[in-house]
Ligand binder design. Structure first.
Ligand SMILES: [Zn+2]
Length: 137
């Protein structure tokens, strides 16, 4: 459940672009890369080809790009702890018979905490309604 930023292999980096790149820039870069890494070419690589293709398929659509941006933002913000609005100590929790317990989020949603999360030293739990996190430690 712990979220770690993996900025090195985010879709923008794969396409040699930054996050402010326009659709045309992304597309041009994608086309260059796909030619370069095409598995039929010498020096090509199936693995690179597939990840380039996946990156492009995510970023070419406004909707899925926006979704992906939000995902990146949530990871970045986690590092700055902006999205962690609740910190809960393990000792504060008591579990129900099914070994879960609910903790309310300020949005009206719920953090569902499972007993096995306590095995982790720290655990991030995302609200089931919004993008806030509860940090369990
Ligand atoms: Zn929430």
């Amino acid at each position: 459940m712990t979220t770690k930023a993996r900025k090195d292999d985010d879709y923008y980096s794969i396409l040699n672009c930054n996050r402010s790149a326009t659709y045309e820039e992304l597309k041009q870069s994608y086309q260059e890369l796909i030619r370069k890494y095409h598995p039929d070419k010498s020096g090509g690589s199936q693995e690179d080809f597939l990840s380039i293709d996946k990156a492009w398929k995510t970023l070419r659509s406004v909707d899925s790009r926006a979704k992906y941006d939000r995902y990146l933002d949530s990871e970045t913000d986690y590092e700055n702890s902006h999205l962690v609005h609740v910190e809960l100590s393990k000792s504060q929790i008591s579990f129900n018979h099914d070994n879960t317990t609910n903790y309310p989020c300020r949005c009206g949603g719920t953090f569902v905490i499972h007993k096995e999360y306590l095995d982790e030293e720290e655990c991030l739990i995302e609200c089931n309604d919004c993008s806030n996190y509860l940090l369990l430690k």
